[in-house]
Write a new protein. Structure first.
Length: 623
């Protein structure tokens, strides 16, 4: 078990170099997140976790949470609570870009004689992280200033399609050519850069170039920027495929035998409690058993060698350690504050955990899961669509059970013995996110997560185990994605079939729909779905595109509000429709007005976000 953090958000900060250059402007609202302070706390970027945001914005989740959790509901409905609601992401990501630029510029301020490979590795990581932060930034906000130096000479936003994506792909190419292939916990390597180059290229080709089906091979090459490690003039679809095949051929990564091994609910202590009950000896620590993992091999449990955190399927992820505290730092709109110190732990396990009604820690109601905030409740849509796929249109000869469905979702009304709804909760679908939900043991008391029992060093510093003791890696890239990207790019179903076989589902021939479904099921609640939907829709796709129709399908689903199980309400959009809000915005968030003002006309608001239009503004549906 890891007791440290060396994550995607700090790779580009672990250097000996310094600089005092500002980022975009001299205004403190921008420079607070520059070299001097960013990332100061590792959680600066994890605090926003765009993958969580994208899951909320997709058709996999509702905003939900309590009546007071209005910002998460605003995000799900593609509206805003305030004109600066999304400023935190904008500022922090530019802070990360600035750190990467500083590393690139100052790499040779020291002598690397005899350590040239180390120098190239660190430089490659700097390029890779700049590409990664820029990718996240432009997928969130579209056209933005392209910053490739710590000395800012031009703050004007540029066209993402023709200028930003060429730089992103050039940074990934530099990373893959400068970094080695060694797997080092928390660090990127050549294979990681190749995988993210594929993800970025596929989004550019689908969203901006409107290539509907990549397997046709019709995606154009993208021009590259000449810089160290990137001497190519362009990057083609064939180049992307070759990179992914290099990852496969290396043997450096593999699918874990059991899908459940990826998630903390399969830890050996929960497994032991199940088998203490089954073998007739009686559970010495309690009376509960989690049957869903009882058929697993114990050596495949999450905390066993080669499983769980840092496993052979994980190319890149955010890691966590036991250093959470209630310390507050940083600023967001209207003088508010946010805590980054808490983000040393995986706070998603708190956000996505069960919002239980007066039964905090009562094993009879929730075992082996513990309580949390209940935001981002899985939609009825993902359960219904998944079940329909399993039912194969009613053809009994083709029906199957996908281990990933109950491996990803908690069926609260059937899987938990006495689950009850909270009276201040909204948009309860009857499901919860199993992948990231906090996990407890019969052997523990209250809401204490299972990590508490692993080692005394895992006891967090928040004095609040429910919120401070979660250390499950958040995956940013898994080997399963390499395989599914290859099938989508080549039409060769053999890669997809490996993923299907692991899930226990029928192996199918290639079709775009088969790939779309597999990606949704395999990566449920990992933040992949929303940008997949967008690239399958194309820019300016309108209300009839894939994403708009999938989001609109939420309308009319029956959900519990304020604990009123007998009086469910129909999901509806709070201002117009999901299809219209998606068509109006193309899935981009509003740029923060504070930054637009600071940049004096160099930054323009995204389409669909005119604050004077009531369709863009939050409406309380439940109070």
């Amino acid at each position: 078990m890891k007791k440290y953090i060396l994550s995607a958000v700090v790779v580009c900060t672990a250097t000996v170099f310094t600089s005092c250059n500002d980022m975009l402007d001299t205004d403190p609202r921008v420079t607070d997140a520059t070299q001097a302070t960013f990332p100061g706390k590792i959680g600066d970027v994890e605090a926003l976790n765009p993958f969580y945001w994208w899951e909320i914005m997709s058709d996999n989740c509702y905003g939900s949470g309590g009546l007071q959790d209005n910002k998460v509901k605003a995000m799900h409905h593609l509206v805003e609570m305030s004109v600066d609601q999304y400023q935190q992401a904008f500022v922090l990501l530019y802070g990360g870009i600035n750190r990467a630029n500083n590393q690139i510029e100052t790499i040779d301020n020291v002598s690397w004689k005899g350590q040239e490979a180390k120098r190239n590795q660190l430089l490659g990581e700097g390029y890779f992280m700049r590409g990664l932060y820029t990718l996240w930034l432009t997928q969130l906000f579209g056209d933005v200033p392209l910053i490739t130096s710590t000395t800012i000479t031009n703050r004007a936003e540029v066209d993402a399609e023709t200028l930003i994506y060429p730089q992103i792909l050039s940074d990934f190419v530099s990373g893959m050519n400068l970094m080695g292939t060694t797997k080092s916990s928390g660090h990127a390597n050549k294979y990681v850069a190749e995988a993210f180059a594929a993800r970025a290229y596929m989004f550019w080709a689908g969203f901006y170039k409107k290539v509907g089906e990549l397997a046709s091979g019709s995606a154009p090459a993208i021009d590259l920027v000449k810089q160290e490690g990137c001497e190519k003039e362009s990057l083609s679809q064939a180049d992307i495929i070759a990179g992914l095949k290099e990852i496969v051929g290396s043997g450096a990564y593999k699918l874990l035998e059991d899908y459940r091994s990826l998630w903390q609910y399969s830890n050996s202590m929960v497994w032991d409690e199940a088998h203490d009950n089954e073998d007739g000896t009686g559970n010495k620590e309690g009376t509960h058993a989690y049957e869903f993992i009882a058929d697993m091999k114990r050596e495949n449990c999450f905390d066993q060698p080669g499983m769980g955190n840092g496993n052979d399927e994980e190319l890149f992820g955010i890691q966590f350690m036991n250093a959470s505290s209630w310390g507050i730092n940083g600023q967001i709109e209207n003088g508010g504050t946010y805590s980054t110190a808490r983000m040393y732990c995986n706070y998603l396990s708190c956000w996505w955990a069960l919002r239980v009604n007066g039964n905090n820690g009562n094993r009879d109601c929730t075992y082996p899961f513990t309580q949390g905030w209940g935001q981002g409740t899985p939609s009825c849509n993902i359960w219904d669509d998944w079940t329909a796929a399993e039912n194969a249109g009613g053809d009994a000869s083709k029906q199957y059970k996908d281990i990933r469905k109950l491996g990803s979702l908690i069926d609260c009304d059937h899987e938990l013995a006495a689950y009850s709804y909270v009276k201040d909760d909204c948009e309860e679908s009857g499901y919860a996110v199993k992948k990231w939900c906090g996990v407890t043991l019969d052997a523990l008391t209250g809401d204490t997560p299972w990590w508490h029992a692993v080692n005394a060093d895992f006891k967090g510093t928040l004095d609040n185990p429910m919120q401070g003791e979660h250390f499950e890696d958040f995956y940013l890239m898994r080997y399963a994605d390499v395989l599914l990207m290859l099938t989508e790019l080549t039409g060769d179903a053999s890669y997809m079939n490996q993923v299907q076989k692991r899930a226990g589902v029928p192996e199918t021939a290639y079709s775009l729909k088969a790939v779309q479904d597999e990606r949704r099921w395999e990566f449920a609640f990992e933040g992949i779905r929303f940008n997949d939907m967008r690239r399958w829709s194309g820019k300016d796709g309108g209300e009839g595109c894939y994403a708009a129709k999938a989001l609109q399908a939420q309308a009319g689903k029956q959900v519990v509000v304020k604990g009123q199980v007998a009086n469910k309400v129909s999901m509806k959009h709070m201002t117009c429709s999901w299809a219209k809000r998606y068509a109006d915005t193309d899935g981009f968030l509003s740029k923060p007005q504070s930054q637009i003002t600071l940049m004096e006309g160099n930054l323009k608001q995204n389409k669909g976000w005119d604050a004077s239009n009531p369709e863009t503004q939050y409406v309380d549906l439940y109070n």
